[in-house]
Design a binder for this molecule. Sequence first.
Ligand SMILES: CCCCCCCCCC(=O)SCCNC(=O)CCNC(=O)[C@H](O)C(C)(C)COP(=O)(O)OP(=O)(O)OC[C@H]1O[C@@H](n2cnc3c(N)ncnc32)[C@H](O)[C@@H]1OP(=O)(O)O
Length: 160
Amino acid sequence: MAEKAFQDYYPDELSHCYGCGRLNEHGLQLKSYWDGDETVAVFHPRPYHMAIPGVVYGGLIASVIDCHGTGSASAAAYRAAGREMGTDPGFRFVTASLRVDFLRPTPLGVPLEVRGRIREVKERKVVVAVTVRAGGEECARGEVVAVRMPEHMMPGRTTA
Ligand SMILES: CCCCCCCCCC(=O)SCCNC(=O)CCNC(=O)[C@H](O)C(C)(C)COP(=O)(O)OP(=O)(O)OC[C@H]1O[C@@H](n2cnc3c(N)ncnc32)[C@H](O)[C@@H]1OP(=O)(O)O
């Protein structure tokens, strides 16, 4: 059986994210996995994910860093707790901070390898450093500060 991606453990009501929701037919549906102590996702930009001809749009790159970071944060929290992903209570994370540095133009037409390193795991916060490579060259890097999703952000909750 194929390995499940981190995002495939998210419950249905939290699976509509534009970047990683498996139920968002218009979204990127990013899939992230463990690779030893690192996390990895491969994303194939479409021709319309363009900034200028031949170059990937920076906002798309920011999106994959964002969702790889929050997915990695969830996986890291489970691993730190010695629990399997998908077990309750869930570790759900949202983005508090997203930093992206664009190091060189990212070429369109080749897959992007997105790698995360877990920098810090605290009770309510995980920090993930992320790199994006195209054709073996590092084109962008960033950092995601992910914080446990507050109760009031859960779908169906209307009060803080
Ligand atoms: C399974 C779930 C899947 C859901 C789909 C995937 C999500 C995809 C990613 C997204 O797009 S999420 C949507 C974009 N993000 C948001 O809408 C979040 C909006 N912001 C908030 O709701 C609050 O600001 C937030 C919950 C993130 C933090 O508020 P808190 O009041 O919980 O934070 P608090 O002040 O207690 O700080 C907790 C820790 O986070 C740190 N922190 C908070 N905001 C920060 C910030 N902006 N930059 C850096 N660090 C920050 C803060 O310093 C502290 O670190 P320490 O514990 O080390 O002291």
